[in-house]
Design a protein. Structure first.
Length: 148
């Protein structure tokens, strides 16, 4: 059986593209918009799922799990339904404040702001503190004379 010249090259190229789309390393084109992140946040609250909420946080932050537990203890399990969502980028293109409004299962109105930042191509909920910050929120590299 003979193939026209270049056919094997095209088949190899297509095969490579198909295989790269099947990559299982988890580092591919995973992206989450601000709106998707806010919906996942509300879903984690409704499900009272600490693990899901922690999964929305930036990697490497300290105190993330405790903050997620506190948020769920205060606001979880209410059956929140989103009616509107407004995303603003007042600080810059990699920081977002998302106002989510709606009702709970009893019809009571709720509104919350979710602070987010962009980590690579995924929007994350700001939970915990970045490594290197002390309890006062000041970095060891702070230029404030009182910080030393």
């Amino acid at each position: 059986m003979t193939f026209p010249k270049g056919t094997l090259w095209v088949a190899a190229l297509v095969g490579g593209v198909v295989l790269s789309g099947c990559s299982s390393d988890g580092s591919s084109d995973v992206q989450r918009t601000e709106q998707e992140t806010a919906k996942a946040y509300i879903s984690a609250l409704n499900d009272q799922n600490v693990t899901s909420l922690v999964g929305l946080a930036p990697s490497g932050h300290e105190g993330t799990e405790q903050e997620a537990r506190d948020i769920i203890a205060e606001h979880g399990g209410r059956g929140l339904k989103i009616k509107s969502m407004d995303v603003s980028h007042d600080v810059g293109p990699d920081e977002a404040s998302t106002q989510v409004s709606g009702t709970d299962r009893q019809g009571k109105k709720f509104s919350t702001y979710i602070q987010m930042s962009r980590e690579k191509d995924t929007w994350v909920v700001v939970l915990g503190q970045a490594s290197g910050f002390d309890q006062s929120g000041k970095s060891p590299a702070s230029t404030d004379p009182a910080a030393g």
